[in-house]
Design a protein around this ligand. Structure first.
Ligand code: CTP
Ligand code: MG
Length: 230
């Protein structure tokens, strides 16, 4: 099977608090976004990649990705969901409705080739699609207004949603458009697909597939990437 890739990269990385948006920070000799796209560029079945950039992006043109024939860009939107939708629309003339689309965060540089292949293998014949996810390992507490424990949440059957998330183009576009129309703020693709009454499949992925969110995530990602090449 061939598949398309949509990469939301239009965020402003407020929690990171760096001068440069986190997707363009340098990490083990490349930028974060170059690492994030690498497993897809290396994959024989990647039909094409669309990256959603913020309107004033000053950094994309300086990456090695800018001249790559497999990579196209579009302009993202206010929320992550808007950026993903922009990417899907940019694919509309090229992708068939039933083609698979993998959505992967620009800020997730540690996706392994093994996890990408596991996702593809487990979902390529699936009716719905799904996502990489990692089982929750900590005990979870729900807080009340005063920061005291109101409840312990059982962690069995709880997963953390990672990316890539893999759905058919027509399904994903319908799901995100319907979330937008209904004013539902979704934080991942699966949530929008769930709202259609479908049940995305959880595919166990490596917890090392972290999203760069806070400054301390950068050295952690660096250790993960360096341990692989060692
Ligand atoms: N993203 C996007 N368009 C937006 C918001 C986010 O394309 N309007 C992208 C980010 O660039 C990132 C991914 O979605 O690759 C995950 O979002 P997040 O980690 O929240 O990144 P930011 O929104 O940039 O960071 P923050 O929330 O700290 O501001
Ligand atoms: Mg954000």
């Amino acid at each position: 099977i061939r598949f398309w890739v949509v990469v939301p990269a239009a965020g402003s990385a407020r929690r990171m608090g760096a001068a440069v948006p986190k997707q363009y920070l340098s990490l083990a000799g490349r930028t974060v976004i170059e690492w994030s796209l690498a497993p897809f560029l290396a994959h024989a079945r990647t039909a094409g990649i669309v990256v959603a950039l913020s309107p004033g992006d000053q950094h994309w043109a300086q990456t090695t990705l800018a001249g790559d024939a497999k990579v196209a860009t579009t302009i993202g939107g206010t929320e992550r969901m808007d950026s993903v939708l922009a990417g899907l629309r940019a694919l509309q003339d090229r992708a068939a409705p039933d083609d698979w689309v993998l959505v992967h965060d620009a800020a997730r540089p540690c996706l392994s080739a093994t996890d990408l292949d596991r996702l593809l293998n487990e979902l390529q014949d699936d009716a719905v699609g799904g996502l990489l996810a990692a089982p929750v390992v900590d005990t979870l507490k729900r807080a009340d207004e005063d920061g005291r424990v109101s409840q312990t949440v059982a962690r069995d059957k709880l997963w953390r949603a990672l990316t890539p998330q893999m759905f058919r183009h027509v399904v994903l576009q319908r799901a995100l458009e319907s979330a937008q129309t209904n004013g539902v703020a979704v934080t991942d693709e699966a949530q929008a697909v769930e709202a259609l009454g479908l049940q995305p499949k959880l595919v166990a992925g490596d917890a090392d597939n972290i999203k760069i969110t806070l400054p301390e995530d950068l050295p952690r990602a660096e250790r993960i990437l360096r341990s692989r090449s060692a």
